[in-house]
Design a protein around this ligand. Structure first.
Ligand code: SAH
Length: 237
C-alpha cells in the first residue's frame, strides 16, 4: 500500500502536502475508497480516500508497525562528487539510518556555496522522505547538515563511534567488533581520497574506533551501504 508522511488532525482528516496530493490524484490515479497508509508522529494509520476536488482522506485506524531499528545509527559521510550523495542518502534511509551528517575533510574535493547548500539540503531531505515512504519507515532520518571533520556536532556521536579506515582493510577482525544490541552507533566514511593519518589519529583521540569494511577497497558510496548493511545484520538478527 502507498505510504505518505502527513499530518492527521483531531477530526481524523489527513492533510497531505501538495506534491503528495498530486501523487495520489495524478500519478497513482487513485479512486474513491482507495486506501493509503499515513504516518503521523511516528504512528501509521490506515486511511481511506473519501472524495476528490477537494481531496478528502480520513484516518480509519492505527496499524501495527515495527520496522525501525531499535538502536539509532548515524552515518557521517564525506562529501563526494556528483550524485553519489543522492544514492547514499536514499540507500542509508532504506537501511534504517536515523541521522546523517555530511563531512568536509582534508581530502574532500567538493564544497557547496552557501546558496547551493540550502538547495542541496532540501533535495537530500526530499530524497529521504521519499525513501522512508518507499521502505515503509515510521520516521524520516534527520539530516544534521554539513560539518568539518574537526568540528563534529554533539549529535554526530553515539554510544559507539566508528571510522572506516581503508588502511585497516585487512584487519577483518575489527569489523564493528564492539557492536551489540542496545548501543547506538555512528559510522564515518571517508572521501574518494581516504583519510590522512593525522585525521585518523585525531579521531581515535576523540574516541572513534577504527574498523575494516572487508579486504577489498570499496568506493565511498559502496562503503556506506556495506557498513549500514552489516550494522543492520548485527542489530536485527
Ligand atoms: N583512495 C583510498 C580509498 C578511499 S575509499 C585508497 O585507495 O586507499 C573511501 C572511503 O571508504 C575510505 O576513506 C573508508 O572510509 C571507506 N572504505 C572503503 N573500503 C574500505 C575498507 N575495505 N575498509 C575500511 N574502510 C573502507
Amino acid at each position: 500500500m502507498q505510504r505518505y508522511f502527513a499530518n492527521i488532525d483531531n477530526n481524523y482528516f489527513v492533510h497531505l502536502n501538495p506534491d503528495d496530493e498530486h501523487h495520489v490524484s495524478h500519478v497513482m490515479r487513485m479512486k474513491k475508497n482507495d486506501e493509503i497508509e499515513v504516518v503521523n508522529e511516528g504512528k501509521v494509520f490506515l486511511c481511506r480516500i473519501e472524495d476528490f476536488n477537494p481531496l478528502r482522506i480520513v484516518a480509519i485506524h492505527e496499524m501495527e508497525n515495527d520496522v525501525e531499528l531499535k538502536e539509532d545509527i548515524t552515518l557521517l559521510f564525506a562529501l563526494t562528487k556528483g550524485d553519489k550523495i543522492d544514492l547514499v542518502i536514499q540507500k542509508a534511509t532504506e537501511l534504517g539510518v536515523k541521522k546523517v551528517a555530511l563531512i568536509e575533510s582534508e581530502r574532500t574535493v567538493v564544497t557547496y556555496q552557501d546558496k547551493d547548500q540550502e538547495k542541496k539540503l532540501a533535495r537530500f531531505n526530499r530524497i529521504m522522505k521519499e525513501a522512508s515512504e518507499q521502505s515503509h519507515r515510521l520516521v524520516v532520518p534527520t539530516l544534521l547538515g554539513i560539518y568539518n571533520l574537526k568540528r563534529l556536532p554533539k549529535e554526530a556521536f553515539s554510544d559507539l563511534n566508528y571510522v572506516a579506515y581503508e588502511k585497516d582493510a585487512h584487519d577483518t577482525d575489527s569489523i564493528f567488533s564492539k557492536v551489540t544490541k542496545g548501543k547506538s552507533v555512528s559510522i564515518l566514511i571517508g572521501p574518494e581520497g581516504g583519510f590522512s593519518e593525522q585525521e585518523i589519529a585525531r579521531l581515535v583521540e576523540q574516541g572513534f574506533i577504527r574498523t575494516s569494511l572487508g579486504k577489498r577497497i570499496l568506493r565511498a558510496e559502496t562503503a556506506a551501504i556495506y557498513a549500514l548493511s552489516v550494522l543492520g545484520y548485527i542489530l536485527e538478527k
